[in-house]
Design a protein around this ligand. Structure first.
Ligand code: UDP
Ligand code: MG
Length: 318
């Protein structure tokens, strides 16, 4: 390591079944990081990979003193992996990135420049996402628009899991944002501090495939909405008002029928209204249930991740 370099940047890389990408990542990123004006540490968080990723990382850690590995006891998800990386970092600056080279390592030089200009939170915004395809890009941008509409916080469109923080800003995430159901990239944008963005062009995934299935993305989106907005809870009030109004119309109609024809035809109306109102009621109860599920998860206070062992850390070897 170069003793002349004044500061250290911690680069956190989440790894889940990335055996095909890891060597490529290390080979391509190392010369880029070596040229940085700061020292660096690479913190690979192995999020319970079932393939050879753990072994590859152990080899890298044995051969390179700048490589650190955190092995989880099982898969805890990308966000938990990023948080573990933040927890274990020692640098004055921290960058979170993917292992698949979709986040270009060259950007770290720009990040350090921004740190030196005094910025504390740097969001990397992708200009184009070649690998994601048209549909994923479109749905992702529609999702951000929707989220911005319904929540009081504002999220950068196209923000990715590629971001950088100073140790100070990271401290806030580490201590005050340890929710079990969370949306880290949203929190990064909402802790304040001196913020800026850097644009980057997402590359195609170097190997392997995306770990986010449609099902995972859907669950992730629902959780995000529930984390950032209480609008769904207010749906009960709105739909109550609408149904009440409809009920009033039906009542007027019934009175009219009774006045004109003498006998109101109530049966059909009752069935339709019952179905409609019960459907509404169940949806609202379901939404409240989702919030209770989140409360329950928070209340249980289970760990966000469990570390099996670590490698390459100077003092806390386990
Ligand atoms: N990842 C993880 N745990 C998971 C899923 C993904 O640590 O449960 C890692 C994965 O190895 C990758 C990063 O998170 O480095 C982003 O995942 P991926 O590239 O599959 O997502 P995409 O870039 O397609 O959104
Ligand atoms: Mg990726």
């Amino acid at each position: 390591m170069n003793g002349q370099k004044p500061k250290t940047i911690s680069i956190v890389i989440s790894v889940y079944n990335e055996e095909k990408a890891l060597h490529e990542f290390y080979r391509e990123a190392t010369p880029v990081f070596e040229a940085l004006p700061w020292n660096y540490e690479l913190i690979f968080v192995n999020d319970g990979s079932a393939d050879a990723s753990g072994q590859i990382l152990a080899e890298l850690a044995a051969a390179d003193p700048r490589v650190r590995v955190i092995n989880f006891s099982r898969n805890f998800g990308h966000e938990a992996a990023m948080l573990a990386g933040l927890d274990h970092s020692i640098g004055e600056g921290i960058v979170c990135m993917d292992a698949d080279l979709q986040h270009p390592p060259e950007c770290v030089a720009q990040i350090i420049e921004k740190f030196e200009e005094g910025y504390e939170v740097i969001n990397m915004v992708r200009t184009k996402n070649k690998s994601a395809g048209f549909i994923k890009n479109l749905t992702s941008s529609a999702f951000y628009k929707f989220l911005n509409k319904i929540s009081d916080v504002k999220l950068e469109n196209n923000a990715s899991d590629f971001f950088a923080l100073t140790a100070n800003a990271a401290q806030v995430l580490k201590t005050n944002y340890r929710e079990k159901v969370r949306f880290l990239r949203g929190y990064v944008q909402n802790i304040g501090f001196n913020r800026t963005t850097i644009e980057y062009e997402a590359r195609a995934r170097v190997a392997g495939e995306s770990k986010y299935s449609i099902r995972k993305l859907f669950k992730f989106s629902i959780n995000t909405i529930l984390c950032f907005s209480d609008l769904p809870l207010k749906l009960g009030i709105y739909s109550g008002i609408i149904v009440g109004f409809l009920g009033l119309l039906v009542m007027l109609e019934t009175i009219y029928e009774w006045a004109v024809k003498g006998t109101p035809n109530g049966y059909a109306t009752i069935v339709v209204l019952l179905c409609f109102m019960f459907a509404m009621l169940f949806v609202i109860v379901g939404i409240i249930g989702e919030y209770i599920a989140i409360l329950f998860t928070e209340l249980k206070d289970r760990p966000i991740y469990i570390v099996h062992d670590t490698k390459g850390f100077p003092e806390k070897e386990s």
